[in-house]
Design a protein. Structure first.
Length: 189
C-alpha cells in the first residue's frame, strides 16, 4: 500500500489534485496517464469522437430561437413536436443530435417519444463518465452532455438549459453523485 507522500507524488505525475487522498479523480487521471503511455489499450471509441461531441455541444451554448428548436425536432425525427418549444423539453433531443452529427454510428438514430434514445439504442451505463458521455437526471428527466470530469464533479452542456420564456443551451457543473446515471458512448466508434 502506498504512503500518503507516495500517493501525492503519483497524483503530481498523472495530473490529479495533489492531496494524498485516493478517489475518482486520481483513478481517472491514472487511467488516462496509463492509456497515454501505452500501458492500457485505447478506448473502443477514438478520442476524436469524444472531442467532436464536446466541441459540437460547446459551440451551441447560447440562446436559441424557435426555428432552431423546431429544426432540432425535425432532425431527430419528431416533426410532431415542431412549434411546441415552450411545452416540450428538448434537452434529450439536443444530446441526441450532437451524437448524430459527431458519430457516424448514430447518424440515423431518432428520438422515441416516451422512451428517448439512451436505452433504445443500448448505451451502457457507467459509474465513471468520460467526455462525450450522456448524463441523465431521473428527477426531471434531463439529459446533458459531459464535457469535463474532475474532482468528483462533471461539467455539462445542457440543451433547454435556460428558464422560460428564454430557450437555449448552457454550461453547468454538478457533483458526480447528483447524476442519476451516465451512459457511455465508448462502444459507438
Amino acid at each position: 500500500m502506498a504512503t500518503q507522500n507516495e500517493l501525492k507524488a503519483w497524483q503530481d505525475i498523472v495530473g490529479a489534485t495533489v492531496d494524498g487522498k485516493p478517489g475518482p479523480e486520481t483513478f481517472n487521471a491514472t487511467v488516462q496517464w496509463l492509456r497515454a503511455h501505452g500501458y492500457i489499450a485505447p478506448l473502443d471509441t477514438p478520442e476524436g469522437f469524444r472531442t467532436a461531441v464536446k466541441a459540437l455541444a460547446e459551440a451551441l451554448i447560447r440562446p436559441w430561437a424557435q426555428d432552431e428548436v423546431d429544426a432540432l425536432w425535425t432532425d431527430v425525427g419528431c416533426p410532431e413536436f415542431v412549434g411546441h418549444w415552450h411545452d416540450k423539453a428538448w434537452c434529450g433531443a439536443f444530446a441526441l443530435r450532437c451524437l448524430m452529427r459527431a458519430l457516424p454510428a448514430c447518424a440515423d438514430w431518432t428520438w422515441h417519444p416516451g422512451k428517448g434514445f439512451l436505452e433504445v439504442y443500448g448505451l451502457p451505463k457507467v459509474k465513471l463518465p468520460e467526455v462525450g458521455d450522456i448524463a441523465y437526471f431521473a428527477r426531471n428527466q434531463h439529459h446533458a452532455i459531459v464535457v469535463g470530469v474532475g474532482s468528483g464533479k462533471v461539467t455539462l452542456v445542457n440543451g433547454n438549459g435556460m428558464l422560460a420564456p428564454a430557450e437555449g443551451v448552457t454550461h453547468s457543473t454538478v457533483a458526480i453523485g447528483d447524476v442519476s446515471a451516465f451512459y457511455s458512448i465508448g462502444k459507438l466508434g
